[in-house]
Design a protein around this ligand. Sequence first.
Ligand SMILES: Cc1cc2nc3c(=O)[nH]c(=O)nc-3n(C[C@H](O)[C@H](O)[C@H](O)COP(=O)(O)OP(=O)(O)OC[C@H]3O[C@@H](n4cnc5c(N)ncnc54)[C@H](O)[C@@H]3O)c2cc1C
Length: 461
Amino acid sequence: MIPDRALRKLKDLLGPENVLTRRDDLAPFGTDATKLSYMPDAVAFPGNAQDISRILVLANQEDFPVIPRGAGSGKSGGALPVRGGLVITMDRFNRILLIDPENLIAKVETGVITSVLQEEVEKLDLFYPPDPASTKISSIGGNIAENAGGLRAVKYGVTRDYVLGMTAVLPTGEVIKTGVETAKGVVGYDLTRLLVGSEGTLAVITDVTLRLIPKPPSTKTMMALFPTVSAAVETVSGMTRRKIVPTALELLDRLCIDSVREELGMSVPPECGALLLIEVDGEKTITKRDGKRIRDICLESGALGFVAASRKRDADKLWEARRNVSPSVYKLRPDKVSEDIVVPRTRMAEFSSFLDALGRKYELPIAAYGHAGDGNIHVNVLFDKKAPEEADKVERVVRELFRKVLEMKGTISGEHGIGLTKAAYLDMELSRPAIEVMARIKLAFDPKGILNPGKIFPYKV
Ligand SMILES: Cc1cc2nc3c(=O)[nH]c(=O)nc-3n(C[C@H](O)[C@H](O)[C@H](O)COP(=O)(O)OP(=O)(O)OC[C@H]3O[C@@H](n4cnc5c(N)ncnc54)[C@H](O)[C@@H]3O)c2cc1C
């Protein structure tokens, strides 16, 4: 609960128009892509790092939680105000400050929407590779806080690989600069890397310097249809064996295909149990050569069909359909838990048989899709929370899933983070001393535990 005197002070600091306190206005800031909902006590729209610094100093004095919020597309509940408090949105941090084609960097405020930055740099024949499927609805700050991956991670890596430095406000109110604005730098501990992926628990990041690369001159998008998921993922291993690294290599299983069938713009026969969407980029001669090699590998591996998108608009349609899988699987059931495990690429076929058996055992539909090129599969357990015989099983399904993934030397989250929804499972993957050292880092940054409490750790830090 935020005391009234603190709310008055907040309005003085930011202007009353930048602080919301009416219940109806607050509700949209208490939810995200998990569809869970918690009511904040207030929402603030700071305009610069100094505003955030003053808010955090006040929060320490008056002892209320502060929760940073980007665009609210998070899938692990990181931006949810689980203990009430003040949500601070980064909406006003929406400026691209610099695109420097000679030093190959961009400097942006963290509320900028990812696709807006991508489009702006591409106008200058530059490229910002991190490409979460949520690119049109997520912010650069949220991508950094979650170390977002995405479709192009298989070739280009994840957000962390493109962050050179940042301005961050510590939970105690100090404003710090980390990292560099140059191509490299090794001065002191690497706080930039620590803050990337810190899920809004260690600092509020206000602007960042990002690494850019030249834009690849051409791309080629293909779709291969397979009778089963096992056949599709065996093909992925076949590509790796032959040293082909596509830009994107995405898998959809039968349930996912059904949920976006109309949007694909190409006909998919009913006997198709899985499809791969594949993109390569580079010089035209290279994309042509790789496209042909990929076609051969798919057909040798038993593909039922293979098409290359001949026009940009057909390729865009395929990728749009892929980006819509996550919301579209709600057609199958009103509720889902969405996990984003990673297994070694060579064990994906074994993992897909396990998933089939898991779905049969618990009699729940499980839709699987995602970044097959990385072994990062989004496992969506679908259910109806109003049907207790379904809802009661979900927790057991998730535990069994995570046990198997860890047994296979995988990880329970490839890119969505631990946040709220996976905190209870953290100790399945990390040892107690590892969690304790993380808790000590949290305390060093945030002695009073005011920044985004209730996230990551399975117990109160
Ligand atoms: C349809 C769909 C597809 C998706 N596809 C992908 C995908 O392919 N790859 C992927 O990695 N993720 C994906 N996601 C998940 C999500 O989009 C990412 O995690 C994204 O990075 C979240 O950004 P956001 O701005 O919405 O952050 P929010 O949801 O607002 O917040 C996420 C976390 O970041 C923190 N945070 C936000 N801004 C700041 C800041 N400035 N400083 C400090 N902390 C901050 C919050 O406190 C919270 O813990 C998808 C989500 C959806 C709905």
